[in-house]
Design a protein around this ligand. Structure first.
Ligand code: 5AD
Ligand code: SF4
Length: 438
């Protein structure tokens, strides 16, 4: 019996899919990468933007034919989209062949729901039940990296964002549990640990003993063995000096900070409920660079938020030039039902959004290109991750600052640290060769 998981969206979902795979394998299912061979198909969904949702509905729709050919096929829809108000009902109505619908905090019900579906009974549960990591044996799929949840949910309620509604309020895992999980992963040979939370900097605020993210980082950094730590995402209003100091003082915590700015206009930031100004954000950047001279800072930016004027957008372009992000994920604002921004006045026409995203991408590409050029001729320690998906004869890996480099080396190097001399750069892509340590 085979299972096939289609994962949409962010790292949080990728990691949830590792938990789903673990549950299915414990039930005796085997992973397959062709949906036609599957006995259980899981759609682990995302609803952050409308484009994601439309794609998913299309994919669920195309199951109809498969289900006809294979009536015992079990179709599961879970993740953020199914947690949205009204969506389970919508799926039941428009896609009646879906057998199981589970919310974001209901993975503990997956086994039971599949057993029920085998008996031809539908299973729908999006009650917010919650679970602990220790309930699952995960099937990790991203060696030499391992994802580790440190907190779930979000309390920030940025006015455009659906996440607090579908992932619930902030909940932190116990520090001892997180540290124990990382220790085990390092002992198992994982070389890069990525700590995950919607807002890692608010880790511990809901715990009783004054735990916080900086303390967690310092505890993790003490674990013996050669490995790296990354974390994402950081909210600019919560990134503390202690966290920056922890990164500076621990060589195994990567000089790489993902700090979503969203907009370069104080006016728009206020409407987004981000609780920082353009100036405050730039001050944070200056402070980070002073303490971490080799840092790679990445970001998320949105264009076309309601009321965004040409001047607001120019402020964003200007911030991009000042901040010198090594890369940026740029998005067109998407109206999400149930969020305050949905009903704000002055929604920006699509043509304007489109033109702004093209300009923003061009602006960031120029910045990335300059940073890439400045890396040519230098040697960086790189963790070999695997074959490059586009250039099959090349292997790839990341520098501490988070930049992807392509180079030639043997497959057996996956999971090893090598020194790579960057020889050339084509905009966002770096090319190099492995060199001996001096
Ligand atoms: N429209 C477009 N982008 C969004 N993001 C969050 N909500 C929306 C939305 N409604 C982006 C933000 C966030 C990233 C994960 O997704 O930039 O940081
Ligand atoms: Fe969404 Fe803002 Fe929370 Fe990030 S911090 S998940 S953008 S509400």
């Amino acid at each position: 019996m085979n299972y096939y998981i289609h994962t949409y969206g962010c790292q949080m979902n990728i990691h949830d899919s590792e938990k789903i795979a673990g549950i299915l394998e414990k039930m005796g299912y085997v992973c397959c990468d062709d949906v036609k061979l599957a006995d259980v198909v899981v759609f682990n969904t995302c609803c952050i933007r409308e484009t994601a949702e439309q794609k998913i509905y299309g994919h669920i729709g195309s199951l109809k034919k498969l289900k006809k050919a294979k009536p015992n096929l079990i179709a599961v829809v879970c993740g953020c989209m199914s947690q949205q108000e009204g969506v389970p009902q919508q799926i039941r109505k428009s896609y009646p062949y879906v057998d199981v619908i589970l919310g974001t905090a209901n993975l503990g019900l997956l086994e039971q729901s599949i057993l029920q579906a085998k008996n031809k009974k539908k299973f729908v549960n999006t009650e917010f039940l919650g679970y602990t990591e220790e309930d699952f044996t995960q099937k990790r799929t991203s060696f030499p990296n391992a994802w580790v949840n440190i907190n779930y949910g979000c309390n920030n309620f940025c006015t455009y964002c659906i996440v607090p509604y579908v992932r619930g309020r902030e909940r932190s895992r116990q520090m001892s549990d997180v540290v124990a999980e990382v220790r085990t992963l390092v002992e198992q040979g994982y070389k890069e640990i990525t700590l995950l939370g919607q807002n890692v900097n608010s880790y511990g605020k809901d715990l009783p003993n004054g735990e916080n993210f900086a303390k967690l980082l310092l505890e993790i950094a003490k674990i013996p063995g050669k490995f790296r730590v990354r974390f994402m995402s950081s909210h600019p209003k919560d990134l503390s000096d202690e966290v920056i100091d922890a990164v500076a003082s621990c060589p195994n915590i990567c000089n790489n900070i993902h700090l979503p700015v969203q907009s370069g206009s104080t006016n728009i930031l206020a409407k987004m409920n981000r609780r920082y100004t353009r100036e405050k954000y730039l001050e944070q950047i200056t402070k980070i660079r002073a303490k971490l001279p080799n840092v790679g800072i990445t970001t998320d930016i949105m264009v076309g938020f309601p009321g965004e004027t040409e001047q607001d957008f120019l402020d964003t372009l200007d911030l991009v030039q000042q901040a010198k992000f090594s890369s940026a994920f740029c998005f067109v604002y998407s109206r999400r039902k149930g969020t305050p921004a949905y009903s704000m006045e002055n929604q920006v026409p699509y043509a304007v959004k489109k033109s702004r995203i093209v300009q923003l991408n061009a602006c960031q590409n120029q910045v990335t290109k300059e940073i890439s050029k400045s890396m040519v001729g230098k040697v960086f320690e790189v963790l070999v991750e695997g074959q490059n998906t586009s250039y099959k004869d090349c292997m790839c890996g990341r520098t501490e600052s988070g930049r992807l480099v392509n180079f030639k080396c043997d497959q057996t190097y996956v999971g090893k640290f090598v020194n790579v001399l960057v020889e050339r750069a084509t905009s966002a892509t770096l090319w190099g060769k492995v060199v001996e340590e001096d």
